[in-house]
Design a protein around this ligand. Structure first.
Ligand code: NAD
Ligand code: IPM
Ligand code: MN
Length: 360
């Protein structure tokens, strides 16, 4: 059966890393003997330029019919003053798909230790970021003028069920891995966080075997740096998850190393897949963007949307092997281009595949 995929390349390095990731997908599809029906649509600044809207109705219509969506990145300084910025297109896409759990795994690959003073060998974890609530979407929000002075405001809001579903997923992932769940909030100050912590305490009754660690977000930022091995499965609200996942990027050596999956539970095939990084205007058009985050997002897509665990493992192994050999894009101190690095990953996948075929 053909699998369908909507591709939204977006802006800056978005198209560069998506093209690299699609080569990996094509390879895996060919080996798996299935077709992937791909449709492309506009989002972000590219969509503003063509239609005036960062999430145009044609894109919305395609997404509504799609089970899986793959996104590059949006944004760039040229649209900063546009009344509807590219980033609002991404938020509209996320809201439209209704997927609330953004999984952002991180891993210190062998040889990366020197790219971050914090990287420890074999360190791995996952940030589970609530994606549809909090300050990003709460109403009211906006601008006004009060006593002749401009004012701006947004609202942080969470309903209990919105917290419960993502926390429950956090417990399930932690349980599966046999590790504690770290819940990050600001319950000493924020009402939404008090409800968050209370909900975690209630849901934990259903997971007596999973230890729970509560941390305030400021302390978590400190401890994530000092004791990252504690942060194996983290569940947190939208804004805190955004910030802590870039911290994880720093921890593993580059923001270009992180992929993500947005899903609505352990089961179910709908998903939005995107690297964690942005459009990196400082390096766009040079062909040197690190494609690993996008490629790992393909692996996540195969696993979470399509249930293909084996090719996802090949992809991860090929990335590990390629880095171990010393192939690196400039963000990791190397001289590879996006294309040459991806080419080597494909060769590694071929080798891994051949070995597997011989041993089975
Ligand atoms: P960024 O992630 O684009 O870049 C931060 C730094 O990391 C830059 O120095 C960049 O060169 C580097 N970097 C990021 N990805 C890389 C990669 N794959 N390979 C090599 N280096 C990489 O964040 P920013 O500079 O704060 O934001 C730039 C634009 O991207 C903004 O418009 C922002 O809103 C947008 N943004 C979009 C997304 C998204 O689409 N999901 C995420 C974050 C930021
Ligand atoms: C991310 C980005 C987005 C976010 C922006 C571009 C809307 O930073 O995906 O991490 O804040 O969620
Ligand atoms: Mn971010």
């Amino acid at each position: 059966m053909a699998r369908t995929l909507v591709i939204l390349k977006g802006d800056g390095i978005g198209p560069e890393v998506v093209d690299a990731a699609l080569k990996v997908l094509d390879w895996a599809a060919q080996k798996g003997g299935y077709a992937v029906e791909r449709q492309e649509a506009l989002i972000g600044g590219a969509a503003i330029d063509r239609t005036g809207d960062p999430f145009p109705s044609e894109t919305r219509a395609l997404v509504d019919r799609a089970d899986t969506v793959f996104l590059g990145a949006v944004g760039g300084p040229q649209w900063d003053r546009h009344p509807k910025n590219p980033e609002s297109g991404l938020l509209a896409l996320r809201a439209r798909m209704g997927l609330w759990a953004n999984l952002r795994p991180f891993e210190v690959f062998e040889g990366m230790e020197s790219f971050s003073p914090l990287a420890r060998p074999h360190l791995r974890g996952m940030i589970i970021r609530e994606l549809l609530g909090g300050l990003y979407f709460g109403q009211p929000r906006g601008r006004s003028v009060v006593n002749g002075e401009p004012e701006a405001m947004e609202t942080s809001r969470y309903a209990r069920h919105e917290i419960e579903r993502v926390v429950r997923l956090g417990f399930q992932v932690a349980q599966r891995q046999g590790v504690p769940l770290v819940s990050v909030d600001k319950a000493n100050v924020l009402e939404t966080s008090k409800l968050w912590r209370q909900t975690v305490e209630e849901v934990r009754q259903d997971f007596p075997d999973v230890p729970v660690i509560h941390r305030y977000v400021d302390a978590a930022a400190m401890e994530f740096v000092k004791k990252p091995e504690l942060y194996q499965v983290v569940v947190t609200e939208n804004l805190f998850g955004d910030i802590l996942s870039d911290l994880a990027g720093g921890l593993v050596g580059s923001l270009g190393l992180l992929g993500s999956a947005t899903v609505n539970g352990l089961q179910g095939s709908r998903g939005l897949y995107e690297p964690v990084h942005g459009s990196a205007p400082d390096i766009q058009g040079q062909g040197i963007a690190n494609p690993i985050g996008a490629i790992l997002s393909v692996a996540l897509m195969m696993e979470w949307s399509w249930g293909d665990r084996e090719p996802a493992q090949w992809i991860r192994q090929a990335i590990r092997d390629t880095l171990k050999e010393g192939y690196r894009t400039p963000d990791l101190g190397g001289h590879d281009t996006t294309e040459s690095f991806t080419g080597r990953v494909l060769q590694q996948m071929e080798q891994i595949h051949r070995k597997e075929a011989m041993s089975s």
